[in-house]
Design a protein around this ligand. Structure first.
Ligand code: NAI
Ligand code: 15L
Length: 272
């Protein structure tokens, strides 16, 4: 059982009907949070959830009113057309930040992605990718996460609105590919990391990678650990089965040489 936060705090969880949102709805209340839910589509079994699009600025302003922090998961979670990404992820994230500014919200935890730096080469055997590598988005989707991180930096530097941008690896109940053996974030560790991001003091704008303590880790988790995150899970127990089915990563395959994997080499909807 996780140690509860000092006092229940009200958190707006956007994207509550999505995959990660559904998992976090179950896990975050154990840390003492009261969740206010928002999504463009109805959230199952949550009659009080706010059904609103990130384009609806009035609804966003009402949704953030009185909350202590926002966990911002809503948006398109893979590659799409630039127009769709622009509306949901770029303008939508701006609308959320500006509603938070107007209502005096102090902190946002932003679901960034490994695809903000997806063209970063994977390191040699024992190296780790630092958080400070330059943005190298692998898709319009990854580009929108670069925008979100930069927007967060702007709102911290100019306005003092704090953000933890978590470059999530793959948050699923279990890893399903060999690539995920290094970047898997178990749902329980995701809740631990979000709790750390919500409760650490003086985060300014902190960027961290988001994964479990995987044996095959290829990025530096120290920024996340500095927030108080102590991952408990490791994808390694799934390795034997996944490698038997899919084989080891092949350094001759371009998809296996960069952090973003197939997003970098064959993104859906990418113009040729
Ligand atoms: P998902 O696609 O399952 O859920 C996203 C939710 O956002 C959906 O319920 C959708 O209805 C909602 N949404 C989309 N556009 C919206 C809009 N304009 N207004 C309001 N709501 C809108 O995605 P998932 O997997 O739950 O990911 C959550 C967040 O975490 C996303 O921002 C994604 O980019 C990020 N992320 C997820 C990873 C993962 O492994 N699941 C990895 C890296 C980042
Ligand atoms: C992401 O950013 C996606 O939202 C998620 O669905 C996964 O595909 C993940 O990256 C990944 O790289 O595995």
């Amino acid at each position: 059982m996780p140690a509860p936060a000092p006092a229940p705090r009200t958190i707006l969880l956007t994207g509550a009907a999505g995959k990660v949102g559904t998992l976090m709805r179950e896990l975050l209340p154990a840390y003492g949070y009261e969740l206010r839910l928002l999504d463009a589509r109805p959230v199952p079994d949550a009659p009080d959830a706010i059904t609103a699009d990130l384009a609806d600025r009035a609804a966003l302003r009402e949704a953030v009113r009185g909350v202590d922090a926002v966990v911002h998961l809503a948006g398109i979670s893979g590659e799409s057309s630039f127009d769709r990404i622009l509306r949901a992820n770029i303008e939508g994230t701006y609308n959320l930040y500006d509603a938070a500014r107007e209502e005096g919200v102090r902190r946002i935890v932003f679901a960034s992605s490994n695809h903000a730096v997806g063209f970063t080469p994977l390191p040699d055997t024992d190296g780790l990718i630092p958080v400070g590598v330059p943005h190298r988005p692998d898709t319009f989707y990854g580009l929108s996460k670069c925008f979100g991180e930069d927007l967060a930096q702007l709102y911290w530097d100019r306005l003092g609105l704090e953000t933890v941008s978590v470059r999530i690896g793959s948050c699923y109940p279990e890893p399903t590919t060999v690539r995920m053996l290094s970047i898997w974030l178990s749902p329980a560790d995701c809740a631990r990391l979000l709790h750390a991001a919500l409760s650490a003091e003086n985060v300014g704008h902190t960027v961290c990678y988001g994964s479990s303590a995987n044996t095959r880790l290829q990025w530096d988790l120290s920024t996340a650990r500095a927030l108080g995150y102590e991952p408990q899970d490791d994808a390694e127990p799934y390795a034997e089965k996944l490698i038997a089915e899919q084989g080891e990563l092949d350094p001759a395959n371009p998809e296996h040489t960069v952090l973003g994997g197939h997003f970098a080499t064959r993104p859906a909807d990418w113009p040729n």
